[in-house]
Write a protein of this length. Structure first.
Length: 149
């Protein structure tokens, strides 16, 4: 298994196919478009290939906040269902930690849906701790539904 950084071209569709497992509200076309837009705004995607197949992906940003200093925030982290518990997620977390160190980050953060119990166990095994609750307002555009993605 090997980790790569998405450059926007090579492996875009296979990476997006894996991301769809985490973000099923998208189509392949719409997630491809969203990823490309976010890449232009500083989003990065690290992904794992095994035997020529993309098996895991992590979308993240490097940022700076008063509370955390310079840090990596992982927006999206998923291993293809048929490849879970095979080491790809562990490899991505290790890669993210090293990438953070190389880029002078002092912390690594992510949120995880409250229903994702298996993922929580994985994060705890990887050394993460539960440090806060995350609160969300989902309808800043009015009563007609959530903001357009």
């Amino acid at each position: 298994m090997e980790v790569f950084l998405l450059d926007g071209g090579r492996d875009l569709d296979p990476v997006c196919t894996v991301l769809l497992e985490l973000r099923p509200q998208y189509t392949l076309e719409s997630i491809r478009e969203a990823v490309l837009e976010q890449l232009a705004e500083g989003y990065r995607v690290a992904y794992v290939k095994h035997a020529g197949e993309v098996v895991a992906a992590a979308g993240f940003v490097i940022s700076r906040k008063l509370a955390w200093g310079k840090h990596i925030y992982v927006d999206d982290l998923v291993t293809a269902e048929h490849c879970r518990s095979g080491g790809a997620g562990k490899l991505l977390i290790s890669w993210l930690k090293q990438f953070g160190r190389e880029n002078d980050c002092v912390e690594l953060h992510l949120d995880s849906g409250v229903q994702r119990f298996a993922a929580h166990g994985f994060y705890l095994r990887e050394g993460f701790h539960i440090s806060s609750h995350h609160f969300t307002l989902t309808d800043l555009q009015g009563d007609s539904g959530s903001a357009e993605k």
